[in-house]
Write a protein that binds this ligand. Structure first.
Ligand SMILES: [Zn+2]
Length: 294
């Protein structure tokens, strides 16, 4: 099944669900970064969430960044999405691996850590991006996002994310859903979806069984009339360029650039999202030194 995301809303407007299959995204991320299974699950869950939230961005150039910064051995987990739900991401330590938890799941919470912050950064092309921040709850990614929605956006939500890593360390399947109770929902709506969420069970089981995003939506919104928006086909995509890297070098300032020229005579900048190396010659660096404003 090719990766895709569906956005759906009940006809009464009280419940919204986004559901996604993201197996290819997670496998492509794993290949690029050579992730351990635990890191693969951590970043894969974050990428899945970013793609789903990204699919709701309105402006073409809007971007969304999720940053999980806990006290665990993985360091930072970053996932970025554009408005087409194209995503990229990385982990501080892509090789961190922990024993499985008692329930057989990869120990993402142990890798991320329970103390720290989740930042949700929405960049609408304005001067300053909009940043929402909450403390981590479990470091398991989905629970932290659920808490973020309740605390920072006052939007009761259920977030479920799953990445299944096969014995050969490739991604077998990945996906998830975000269900949100919108303002105007009745108590009976809440009771109804809570019951449905309970019946649906673990998201990893659903994606392992090959359920489509529509299957997941109709299970969660059983008994409701459902309206679907056009599905989106997200991909792992890095939009880095030599030009953008040049701007990053220029921003470090004349003094730092001079240091690089004298110490190395060239610069090699590696993109954290795709591992691509961008090379700059001494002549290019001298040009940047001239342009730099500080
Ligand atoms: Zn890149």
């Amino acid at each position: 099944m090719k990766d895709y995301i569906v956005n759906a809303i009940t006809s009464c407007g009280s419940i919204r669900v986004i559901a996604a299959v993201t197996t290819d995204i997670c496998e492509n991320a794993r290949k690029l970064h050579d992730f351990s299974p635990t890191a693969c699950a951590a970043v894969g869950r974050a990428l899945t969430a970013a793609a789903m939230i990204g699919s709701t961005l309105k402006g073409e150039d809007d971007t969304l960044t999720l940053q999980f910064k806990g006290n665990g051995p993985i360091g930072r987990v970053i996932a970025v999405s554009d408005s087409k739900a194209n995503v990229k991401g990385y982990a501080g330590d892509p090789f961190v691996d922990l024993p499985l938890k008692k329930n057989g799941h990869l120990d993402v919470g142990g890798a991320v850590g329970k103390q720290g912050y989740l930042s949700v950064i929405r960049d609408f092309g304005l001067k300053e991006p909009y940043v929402g921040q909450v403390e981590l709850v479990t470091g398991e990614i989905a629970e932290d996002l659920t808490y973020y929605y309740a605390k920072s956006e006052q939007l009761p939500s259920a977030v479920a994310l799953g990445v299944i890593v096969d014995k050969d360390l490739t991604v077998k399947s990945a996906g998830g859903f975000i269900l949100q109770v919108l303002p105007g929902a009745m108590d009976e709506d809440i009771d109804r979806v809570e019951k449905a969420i309970g019946e649906v069970g673990e998201v990893t089981k659903l994606i392992e069984e090959g359920k489509t995003p529509e299957d997941i939506v109709s299970m969660l919104l059983k008994g409701y009339e459902i309206e679907y928006f056009d599905p989106m086909e997200p991909e792992y995509h890095c939009d880095c360029s030599k030009d953008r890297m040049a701007r990053a070098i220029i921003s470090i300032g004349k003094e730092e650039i001079r240091k690089i020229i004298e110490e190395d005579g060239k610069a090699e900048v590696c993109c954290q999202f795709c591992d691509k190396k961008h090379l700059f010659t001494k002549e290019e660096l001298e040009e940047f030194e001239k342009i730099a404003t500080k």
